[in-house]
Write a protein that binds this ligand. Structure first.
Ligand code: AMP
Length: 284
């Protein structure tokens, strides 16, 4: 017996027909945007989506505009059939997998340029990244017309950028975040973990350990600057190749953190392990 897979649509007209049918039946719709190569973190988003809405649509689209020319677009892992089997197990109702030409037809010339939460951190090291992410998410929201969309805290700045875009542009949907799903040793699940050699995989949890160290020091009233330096040293000593940033930020604006004002804080980091760039973040 063939393994069960979730139905897939690749053309906007088919997606719209499906969504219109569901709407006529009073269904509510949740969207989970992904780039595929799905793991338990993504499946957690789908399960949450199914709790919040009667239908869950998962988009599988490796969005070229959020990768810089030197980044890993061409080697980004892809496994559409495997993804559709996993999604059947998680209760998804439909996969939306447009081709690049369907998403960006010839003559495409409109882009969202997010500022605010998009400035600094990933925005500094990947200057066009959030423009690509915001534009494709805006398009996904217009295509799917979901009541809610679910994002992972794993990409905390992305979540903040999308929440800000939805607020700023009065987009008619609610954005929901889900906590990061981790391996037992603390490593955040990521499609990019597939790039790690066994040696690198053993080193990788040091990033999360270091972030938890910063959070503990700052929560106890210690110096964020010193804690960040210590964390950076620890990560490099563990075997990471270089650190792009380890920062303490306001969890809502992603601007400077002011612990005395009782604001929520977040510790965010990106670091290279060989040729693989890992990101992670923890709450203060
Ligand atoms: P991606 O396809 O990896 O770019 O991510 C698609 C969605 O899954 C984003 O909202 C991510 O934040 C979320 N996600 C990725 N990894 C995890 C994880 N380990 N835990 C929770 N959410 C995740």
């Amino acid at each position: 017996m063939p393994a069960q897979v979730v139905p897939i649509v690749r053309q906007l007209k088919d997606l719209r027909r499906k969504v219109a049918n569901w709407r006529r039946g009073d269904d509510t719709i949740a969207l989970v945007p992904t780039m595929g190569a799905l793991h338990e973190g993504h499946l957690g988003l789908v399960k949450l989506a199914k709790k919040k809405a009667s239908r869950a649509i998962v988009s599988l689209f490796v969005n070229p505009t959020q990768f810089a020319p030197h980044e890993d677009l061409s080697r980004y892992p892809r496994d559409e059939h495997g993804d559709r089997m996993k999604l059947a197990g998680a209760g998804a109702d439909l996969v939306w997998a447009p081709a690049v030409e369907e998403m960006y037809p010839a003559g495409f010339a409109t882009n969202i340029v997010p500022k605010g939460a998009a400035i600094g951190l990933e925005g500094e090291f990947r200057p066009h990244h959030f423009g690509g992410v915001a534009t494709v998410c805006c398009k996904l929201f217009s295509q799917v017309t979901p009541d809610i969309a679910v994002f992972g805290e794993k990409d905390f700045q992305q979540f903040a950028v999308i929440r800000q875009m939805v607020r700023d542009l009065n987009l008619p949907l609610k954005i929901i975040a889900m906590p990061t799903v981790r391996e037992r040793d603390g490593l955040a699940l990521s499609s990019r973990n597939a790039y790690l050699s066994p040696e690198e995989r053993a080193i990788a949890p040091a990033l999360n350990r270091a972030l938890k160290g910063v959070a503990a020091v700052v929560a106890a009233g210690g110096s964020a600057a010193k804690a960040r330096e210590t964390a950076k040293r620890e990560v490099l000593r563990a075997g990471f190749t270089s650190v792009d940033y380890i920062e303490v930020r306001d969890a809502e604006t992603l601007g400077p953190y002011d612990g005395k004002a009782g604001r929520p804080g977040r510790v965010l980091a990106a670091a290279w392990l060989g040729k693989t760039r890992l990101i992670d973040n923890v709450a203060l």
